[in-house]
Design a protein around this ligand. Structure first.
Ligand code: GRF
Length: 210
């Protein structure tokens, strides 16, 4: 049984995609042990509660300083004993000690084809605004392991999405979510649950024989 913990900050559509695929059985032998948000108003927390998943908010605002928050977050996550941490629309700066402790066991979904349109300042709608500003014809989404950089960890899966001439950032964001994010994030979790994903020298290998 792969036990996963999901970190969220917003609407939780990627979390919902994971919940739906687990309930449909396309992600085998996997359980969501917790959902934690840095934003107490995140609708993602409501989505978790509707599916009887332990859900809570831990906000940096409730701590004296960032170090105290980081320590509390790591201790809370550790208390659940998960195998994999999933960042699903999570806008939190991940504590370095968590990355170290869960090396190649934290994954993130980014709404572009890394290394394009990623890094500092590239999150949410901003990504799609820049895609349209540059005039690229193809964009997409990427699932990658999280390392100390911003969107720089080993790439697990990517899926391309066509940009339409009359796209607005909002329309494009929705298409990237529907056609890419909500498919490849559950798919990556399913692959990890099957134990066919490995990392060597910063590259991800999928063992298709298993
Ligand atoms: C979306 O912009 C998505 O592209 C990115 O995070 C934002 C919120 O996602 N991954 P969600 O609906 O909270 O999963």
């Amino acid at each position: 049984m792969l036990k996963i913990g999901v970190l969220v900050s917003g609407g939780g559509t990627n979390l919902q995609a994971i919940i739906d695929e687990i309930e449909k059985g396309t992600i085998g032998d996997t359980k969501i042990s917790f959902v934690i948000s840095n934003n107490k108003n995140a609708y993602a927390l409501e989505r978790a509660k509707k599916h009887q998943i332990p859900a809570e908010a831990i906000s940096p605002k409730d701590f004296e300083n960032r170090d105290a928050f980081n320590q509390a977050l790591v201790e809370r996550i550790d208390s659940y004993g998960v195998d994999l941490i999933v960042l699903a629309g999570c806008l939190l700066i991940i504590p370095p000690q968590l990355i170290e402790k869960y090396r190649n066991r934290i994954i993130n979904i980014h709404p572009s084809l890394i290394p394009s349109f990623c890094g500092k300042g590239y999150y949410g709608l901003h990504v799609h605004e820049k895609v349209l500003e540059r005039g690229v014809k193809v964009t997409g989404a990427t699932v990658h392991f999280v390392d100390e950089g911003t969107d720089t960890g080993p790439i697990i899966l990517q899926k391309a999405v066509m940009v339409h001439q009359d796209d607005t950032p909002e329309i494009l964001q929705r298409r990237v979510m529907e056609e890419a994010e909500w498919k490849i994030l559950p798919q990556a979790i399913a692959m990890i649950a099957k134990g066919i994903v490995s990392v060597k020298d910063g590259h991800v290998y999928i063992n298709c024989e298993r």
